[in-house]
Design a protein around this ligand. Structure first.
Ligand code: MG
Length: 378
Protein backbone atom coordinates (compact mmCIF):
# COMPACT_ATOMS: atom_id res chain seq x y z
CA UNK A 1 0.00 0.00 0.00
CA UNK A 2 1.28 3.45 -0.94
CA UNK A 3 0.21 7.01 -0.16
CA UNK A 4 -0.82 8.70 -3.40
CA UNK A 5 -2.29 12.00 -2.17
CA UNK A 6 -2.88 14.22 0.85
CA UNK A 7 -5.84 16.53 0.67
CA UNK A 8 -6.07 19.46 3.10
CA UNK A 9 -9.24 21.31 4.06
CA UNK A 10 -9.62 24.52 6.03
CA UNK A 11 -13.27 24.68 7.09
CA UNK A 12 -14.93 27.47 9.03
CA UNK A 13 -18.31 27.96 10.68
CA UNK A 14 -19.51 31.48 11.44
CA UNK A 15 -21.06 31.39 14.91
CA UNK A 16 -23.26 34.40 14.23
CA UNK A 17 -24.77 35.57 17.49
CA UNK A 18 -23.23 32.98 19.77
CA UNK A 19 -19.86 34.63 20.38
CA UNK A 20 -18.07 33.40 23.52
CA UNK A 21 -14.76 33.94 25.31
CA UNK A 22 -12.16 32.17 27.38
CA UNK A 23 -9.47 34.13 29.23
CA UNK A 24 -7.43 34.85 26.09
CA UNK A 25 -9.84 35.45 23.22
CA UNK A 26 -13.35 35.80 21.85
CA UNK A 27 -14.59 33.17 19.41
CA UNK A 28 -16.99 34.05 16.64
CA UNK A 29 -15.97 31.30 14.21
CA UNK A 30 -14.91 27.66 14.48
CA UNK A 31 -12.09 27.16 12.00
CA UNK A 32 -10.54 23.73 11.67
CA UNK A 33 -7.86 22.05 9.59
CA UNK A 34 -8.83 18.58 8.37
CA UNK A 35 -6.79 16.33 6.12
CA UNK A 36 -7.33 13.14 4.18
CA UNK A 37 -4.54 10.73 3.23
CA UNK A 38 -5.38 8.74 0.11
CA UNK A 39 -3.79 5.38 -0.73
CA UNK A 40 -3.44 3.36 -3.92
CA UNK A 41 -5.66 0.65 -2.38
CA UNK A 42 -8.60 3.01 -2.01
CA UNK A 43 -8.29 3.26 1.77
CA UNK A 44 -8.48 6.82 3.07
CA UNK A 45 -7.57 8.15 6.51
CA UNK A 46 -8.73 11.33 8.22
CA UNK A 47 -6.74 13.60 10.49
CA UNK A 48 -7.10 16.95 12.22
CA UNK A 49 -4.61 19.58 13.39
CA UNK A 50 -5.46 21.90 16.28
CA UNK A 51 -4.60 25.57 15.94
CA UNK A 52 -3.99 27.98 13.04
CA UNK A 53 -5.57 26.10 10.16
CA UNK A 54 -4.06 28.03 7.26
CA UNK A 55 -0.55 27.60 8.67
CA UNK A 56 -1.09 23.83 8.98
CA UNK A 57 -2.22 23.67 5.38
CA UNK A 58 0.97 25.41 4.27
CA UNK A 59 3.24 23.18 6.38
CA UNK A 60 1.57 19.95 5.25
CA UNK A 61 1.39 20.83 1.57
CA UNK A 62 4.88 22.33 1.28
CA UNK A 63 6.94 20.22 3.66
CA UNK A 64 5.18 16.99 4.67
CA UNK A 65 3.30 16.04 1.51
CA UNK A 66 6.36 15.74 -0.79
CA UNK A 67 7.91 13.31 1.71
CA UNK A 68 4.72 11.28 2.19
CA UNK A 69 3.86 10.54 -1.43
CA UNK A 70 4.89 6.96 -2.22
CA UNK A 71 5.41 5.93 1.42
CA UNK A 72 3.71 2.92 3.04
CA UNK A 73 1.07 4.40 5.38
CA UNK A 74 1.54 1.49 7.80
CA UNK A 75 5.07 2.78 8.55
CA UNK A 76 3.68 5.15 11.16
CA UNK A 77 6.71 5.28 13.45
CA UNK A 78 9.20 5.72 10.60
CA UNK A 79 7.07 8.45 9.10
CA UNK A 80 6.65 10.22 12.47
CA UNK A 81 10.38 10.22 13.12
CA UNK A 82 11.24 11.42 9.61
CA UNK A 83 8.65 14.20 9.55
CA UNK A 84 9.59 15.39 13.04
CA UNK A 85 13.23 15.38 12.07
CA UNK A 86 12.47 17.26 8.86
CA UNK A 87 11.45 20.36 10.85
CA UNK A 88 13.17 19.56 14.15
CA UNK A 89 15.60 22.48 13.91
CA UNK A 90 12.70 24.89 13.35
CA UNK A 91 9.82 23.46 15.35
CA UNK A 92 10.24 21.13 18.30
CA UNK A 93 6.84 22.34 19.45
CA UNK A 94 4.01 24.40 18.06
CA UNK A 95 2.75 24.45 14.49
CA UNK A 96 4.94 21.80 12.91
CA UNK A 97 4.07 19.26 15.65
CA UNK A 98 0.35 20.07 15.36
CA UNK A 99 0.60 19.51 11.59
CA UNK A 100 2.36 16.20 12.22
CA UNK A 101 -0.42 15.27 14.67
CA UNK A 102 -3.02 15.35 11.90
CA UNK A 103 -0.85 13.14 9.68
CA UNK A 104 -0.35 10.59 12.47
CA UNK A 105 -4.09 10.40 13.23
CA UNK A 106 -4.87 9.81 9.54
CA UNK A 107 -2.25 7.03 9.39
CA UNK A 108 -3.90 5.30 12.37
CA UNK A 109 -7.28 5.62 10.64
CA UNK A 110 -5.80 3.94 7.55
CA UNK A 111 -4.22 1.18 9.65
CA UNK A 112 -7.54 0.47 11.36
CA UNK A 113 -9.35 0.28 8.04
CA UNK A 114 -6.59 -1.88 6.52
CA UNK A 115 -6.73 -4.43 9.37
CA UNK A 116 -10.50 -3.96 9.80
CA UNK A 117 -10.04 -3.13 13.49
CA UNK A 118 -10.84 -0.12 15.65
CA UNK A 119 -7.79 1.91 16.63
CA UNK A 120 -8.26 1.00 20.31
CA UNK A 121 -7.69 -2.63 19.30
CA UNK A 122 -4.49 -1.81 17.41
CA UNK A 123 -3.29 0.21 20.42
CA UNK A 124 -3.32 -2.96 22.49
CA UNK A 125 -6.93 -3.52 23.43
CA UNK A 126 -9.90 -2.15 25.27
CA UNK A 127 -9.07 -1.61 28.94
CA UNK A 128 -12.54 -0.52 30.07
CA UNK A 129 -16.18 -0.97 29.14
CA UNK A 130 -17.03 2.74 29.22
CA UNK A 131 -15.45 6.15 29.32
CA UNK A 132 -16.99 9.11 31.12
CA UNK A 133 -17.37 12.37 29.23
CA UNK A 134 -17.45 15.64 31.09
CA UNK A 135 -18.93 18.80 29.57
CA UNK A 136 -16.60 21.66 28.71
CA UNK A 137 -18.48 24.92 28.48
CA UNK A 138 -19.37 27.80 30.79
CA UNK A 139 -17.51 30.39 28.73
CA UNK A 140 -18.02 34.11 29.05
CA UNK A 141 -20.79 35.58 26.89
CA UNK A 142 -21.13 39.08 25.50
CA UNK A 143 -24.37 39.71 27.35
CA UNK A 144 -25.97 38.65 30.59
CA UNK A 145 -24.78 37.94 34.11
CA UNK A 146 -22.39 34.96 34.29
CA UNK A 147 -23.67 34.17 37.76
CA UNK A 148 -27.05 33.55 36.14
CA UNK A 149 -26.21 31.96 32.80
CA UNK A 150 -23.28 29.79 33.96
CA UNK A 151 -25.29 27.85 36.60
CA UNK A 152 -28.17 27.44 34.13
CA UNK A 153 -25.82 26.13 31.45
CA UNK A 154 -24.17 23.75 33.95
CA UNK A 155 -27.55 22.36 35.00
CA UNK A 156 -28.39 21.81 31.34
CA UNK A 157 -25.33 19.56 30.95
CA UNK A 158 -26.23 17.61 34.08
CA UNK A 159 -29.76 17.15 32.72
CA UNK A 160 -28.24 15.79 29.49
CA UNK A 161 -26.57 13.09 31.59
CA UNK A 162 -23.08 14.49 32.07
CA UNK A 163 -21.51 13.54 35.37
CA UNK A 164 -19.57 16.76 35.59
CA UNK A 165 -18.57 20.04 34.01
CA UNK A 166 -15.51 22.18 33.47
CA UNK A 167 -15.90 25.93 33.63
CA UNK A 168 -13.74 28.79 32.47
CA UNK A 169 -12.04 31.10 34.94
CA UNK A 170 -9.38 33.70 34.29
CA UNK A 171 -11.77 36.66 34.17
CA UNK A 172 -10.36 38.35 37.30
CA UNK A 173 -10.37 36.35 40.50
CA UNK A 174 -13.28 38.14 42.19
CA UNK A 175 -15.45 37.30 39.18
CA UNK A 176 -14.07 33.76 39.08
CA UNK A 177 -14.83 33.12 42.76
CA UNK A 178 -18.41 34.36 42.40
CA UNK A 179 -18.95 32.31 39.21
CA UNK A 180 -17.52 29.12 40.72
CA UNK A 181 -19.67 29.55 43.83
CA UNK A 182 -22.80 30.03 41.72
CA UNK A 183 -22.11 26.95 39.58
CA UNK A 184 -21.27 24.75 42.56
CA UNK A 185 -24.42 25.79 44.39
CA UNK A 186 -26.49 25.04 41.28
CA UNK A 187 -25.15 21.54 40.57
CA UNK A 188 -24.91 20.38 44.19
CA UNK A 189 -21.96 19.35 46.29
CA UNK A 190 -20.93 16.06 44.72
CA UNK A 191 -20.79 16.37 40.93
CA UNK A 192 -17.45 16.80 39.23
CA UNK A 193 -16.49 20.46 38.72
CA UNK A 194 -13.14 21.55 37.27
CA UNK A 195 -11.88 25.07 36.52
CA UNK A 196 -9.70 26.18 33.60
CA UNK A 197 -7.81 29.50 33.56
CA UNK A 198 -6.11 29.04 30.16
CA UNK A 199 -2.95 30.49 31.76
CA UNK A 200 -4.49 33.84 32.69
CA UNK A 201 -2.64 34.24 36.00
CA UNK A 202 0.75 34.58 37.61
CA UNK A 203 1.76 32.34 40.49
CA UNK A 204 0.52 34.42 43.46
CA UNK A 205 -2.84 35.12 41.81
CA UNK A 206 -3.32 31.48 40.82
CA UNK A 207 -2.57 30.33 44.37
CA UNK A 208 -4.93 32.97 45.77
CA UNK A 209 -7.72 31.74 43.47
CA UNK A 210 -7.04 28.11 44.37
CA UNK A 211 -7.38 28.86 48.09
CA UNK A 212 -10.52 30.91 47.52
CA UNK A 213 -12.37 28.16 45.61
CA UNK A 214 -11.03 25.22 47.59
CA UNK A 215 -14.28 24.92 49.56
CA UNK A 216 -16.21 24.25 46.32
CA UNK A 217 -14.75 20.78 45.80
CA UNK A 218 -12.78 21.49 42.61
CA UNK A 219 -11.60 18.40 40.71
CA UNK A 220 -8.67 20.23 39.15
CA UNK A 221 -7.32 23.68 38.32
CA UNK A 222 -6.26 23.65 34.66
CA UNK A 223 -3.51 25.80 33.13
CA UNK A 224 -3.13 28.23 36.04
CA UNK A 225 0.01 29.87 34.57
CA UNK A 226 1.67 30.22 31.15
CA UNK A 227 2.86 26.91 29.66
CA UNK A 228 6.50 28.07 29.52
CA UNK A 229 6.62 28.68 33.28
CA UNK A 230 7.31 25.17 34.56
CA UNK A 231 8.71 26.50 37.84
CA UNK A 232 5.52 28.53 38.23
CA UNK A 233 3.40 25.40 37.71
CA UNK A 234 5.39 23.66 40.41
CA UNK A 235 4.94 26.57 42.81
CA UNK A 236 1.18 26.68 42.20
CA UNK A 237 0.95 22.92 42.70
CA UNK A 238 2.88 23.12 45.96
CA UNK A 239 0.85 26.10 47.14
CA UNK A 240 -2.59 24.69 46.40
CA UNK A 241 -4.62 21.77 47.70
CA UNK A 242 -6.52 21.49 44.40
CA UNK A 243 -4.94 19.12 41.85
CA UNK A 244 -3.18 21.05 39.07
CA UNK A 245 -3.56 20.03 35.43
CA UNK A 246 -2.07 21.13 32.13
CA UNK A 247 -0.74 19.91 28.82
CA UNK A 248 -2.90 21.23 25.98
CA UNK A 249 -0.09 23.67 25.10
CA UNK A 250 2.72 21.14 25.57
CA UNK A 251 4.22 19.07 22.80
CA UNK A 252 5.69 15.61 22.32
CA UNK A 253 7.29 13.17 24.77
CA UNK A 254 10.10 15.68 25.36
CA UNK A 255 7.74 18.46 26.41
CA UNK A 256 5.82 16.15 28.74
CA UNK A 257 9.05 14.79 30.18
CA UNK A 258 9.82 18.32 31.38
CA UNK A 259 6.26 18.87 32.63
CA UNK A 260 6.14 15.57 34.53
CA UNK A 261 9.67 15.47 35.87
CA UNK A 262 9.36 19.14 36.82
CA UNK A 263 6.61 18.22 39.29
CA UNK A 264 4.30 20.64 37.47
CA UNK A 265 1.00 18.76 37.28
CA UNK A 266 -1.15 16.14 39.00
CA UNK A 267 -3.05 15.47 35.76
CA UNK A 268 -1.52 15.58 32.27
CA UNK A 269 -3.74 16.68 29.41
CA UNK A 270 -2.12 15.96 26.03
CA UNK A 271 -4.23 16.52 22.91
CA UNK A 272 -3.78 14.09 20.02
CA UNK A 273 -4.26 16.95 17.50
CA UNK A 274 -1.56 19.02 19.20
CA UNK A 275 1.14 16.95 20.77
CA UNK A 276 2.09 14.62 17.92
CA UNK A 277 -0.93 12.43 17.24
CA UNK A 278 -2.21 9.17 18.66
CA UNK A 279 1.30 7.67 18.57
CA UNK A 280 2.71 10.43 20.74
CA UNK A 281 -0.16 10.43 23.26
CA UNK A 282 0.50 6.71 23.83
CA UNK A 283 4.17 7.50 24.51
CA UNK A 284 3.13 10.30 26.89
CA UNK A 285 0.76 7.84 28.56
CA UNK A 286 3.78 5.62 29.27
CA UNK A 287 5.65 8.62 30.69
CA UNK A 288 2.62 9.35 32.90
CA UNK A 289 2.63 5.82 34.27
CA UNK A 290 6.39 6.06 34.91
CA UNK A 291 5.85 9.30 36.82
CA UNK A 292 2.64 8.30 38.60
CA UNK A 293 0.54 10.97 36.91
CA UNK A 294 -3.07 10.62 35.74
CA UNK A 295 -3.85 11.41 32.09
CA UNK A 296 -7.08 13.07 30.93
CA UNK A 297 -6.84 14.02 27.25
CA UNK A 298 -7.64 17.51 26.05
CA UNK A 299 -10.07 17.63 23.11
CA UNK A 300 -11.41 20.70 21.32
CA UNK A 301 -12.17 20.02 17.71
CA UNK A 302 -14.24 18.14 15.17
CA UNK A 303 -15.59 14.61 15.27
CA UNK A 304 -12.16 13.48 13.99
CA UNK A 305 -10.43 14.86 17.11
CA UNK A 306 -13.14 13.42 19.32
CA UNK A 307 -12.91 9.92 17.84
CA UNK A 308 -9.11 9.97 18.11
CA UNK A 309 -9.47 10.76 21.82
CA UNK A 310 -12.20 8.16 22.35
CA UNK A 311 -9.97 5.44 20.90
CA UNK A 312 -7.13 6.58 23.16
CA UNK A 313 -9.40 6.65 26.20
CA UNK A 314 -10.37 3.02 25.68
CA UNK A 315 -6.75 1.90 25.21
CA UNK A 316 -4.72 3.87 27.75
CA UNK A 317 -3.81 2.24 31.09
CA UNK A 318 -5.27 3.30 34.41
CA UNK A 319 -2.96 5.40 36.53
CA UNK A 320 -2.73 3.89 39.06
CA UNK A 321 -4.20 0.48 38.24
CA UNK A 322 -6.53 -1.03 40.84
CA UNK A 323 -9.72 -3.02 41.20
CA UNK A 324 -11.62 0.25 41.36
CA UNK A 325 -9.72 2.77 39.24
CA UNK A 326 -10.91 6.31 38.61
CA UNK A 327 -13.19 6.64 35.58
CA UNK A 328 -11.35 7.44 32.35
CA UNK A 329 -12.57 10.94 31.62
CA UNK A 330 -13.05 12.43 28.17
CA UNK A 331 -13.31 16.15 27.55
CA UNK A 332 -16.44 16.86 25.52
CA UNK A 333 -16.61 20.44 24.32
CA UNK A 334 -20.24 21.57 24.26
CA UNK A 335 -19.83 24.96 22.55
CA UNK A 336 -21.26 25.40 19.04
CA UNK A 337 -19.27 23.45 16.44
CA UNK A 338 -21.00 21.93 13.44
CA UNK A 339 -17.88 19.88 12.64
CA UNK A 340 -18.07 18.11 15.99
CA UNK A 341 -21.82 17.66 15.79
CA UNK A 342 -22.36 16.70 12.15
CA UNK A 343 -19.08 15.71 10.45
CA UNK A 344 -19.57 12.07 11.46
CA UNK A 345 -23.26 12.10 10.58
CA UNK A 346 -24.57 12.37 14.13
CA UNK A 347 -23.21 13.51 17.51
CA UNK A 348 -21.51 11.10 19.91
CA UNK A 349 -24.04 8.94 21.76
CA UNK A 350 -23.95 9.25 25.54
CA UNK A 351 -25.95 6.64 27.45
CA UNK A 352 -26.51 7.13 31.20
CA UNK A 353 -23.53 9.48 31.22
CA UNK A 354 -21.13 7.06 29.51
CA UNK A 355 -19.66 6.50 26.06
CA UNK A 356 -19.44 2.91 24.86
CA UNK A 357 -16.88 1.61 22.36
CA UNK A 358 -17.76 0.79 18.78
CA UNK A 359 -16.29 -2.00 16.69
CA UNK A 360 -16.04 0.22 13.59
CA UNK A 361 -12.58 0.12 11.99
CA UNK A 362 -10.09 2.97 12.26
CA UNK A 363 -11.28 6.11 14.01
CA UNK A 364 -14.80 4.72 13.81
CA UNK A 365 -16.45 7.46 11.81
CA UNK A 366 -17.58 8.14 8.28
CA UNK A 367 -16.77 11.70 7.32
CA UNK A 368 -19.51 13.70 5.61
CA UNK A 369 -17.53 15.27 2.77
CA UNK A 370 -20.55 17.33 1.67
CA UNK A 371 -20.33 19.18 5.00
CA UNK A 372 -16.65 19.91 4.31
CA UNK A 373 -17.56 21.19 0.86
CA UNK A 374 -20.26 23.42 2.32
CA UNK A 375 -17.93 25.08 4.87
CA UNK A 376 -14.69 24.96 2.89
CA UNK A 377 -12.56 28.11 3.00
CA UNK A 378 -9.54 26.82 1.10
MG1 MG B 1 -8.12 23.87 28.82
Amino acid sequence: MKIIDIKTYVVSQDLGGSKFAYSQNWYNTRTIMLLKIVTDEGIEGWGECFGPAHAHKAIIENYYKPYLIGKNPLDRELIWDDLYNLLRDHGQFGLSVESLSGIDIALWDIAGKFFNQPIWQLLGGKRRKTITPYATGLYLREEGDPQEYMPKEALGYIEQGFKGVKMKVGFGIDNDIANVKAVREAIGEELFLAIDANHAYDVPTAIKLAWAVEEYNIAWFEEPVIPEDLEGYKRVREGSSIPISGGEAHFTRWGFKRLLEGGCVDIAQPDACVTGGISEVMKISTLCSVNGIRLVPHVWGSAVALHAAINLCFAMPDMPPSLFPEDMLLELDCTPNIFREQLAGSPIQIKNGYIYPTEKPGLGLEVDEDLIEEYLVV
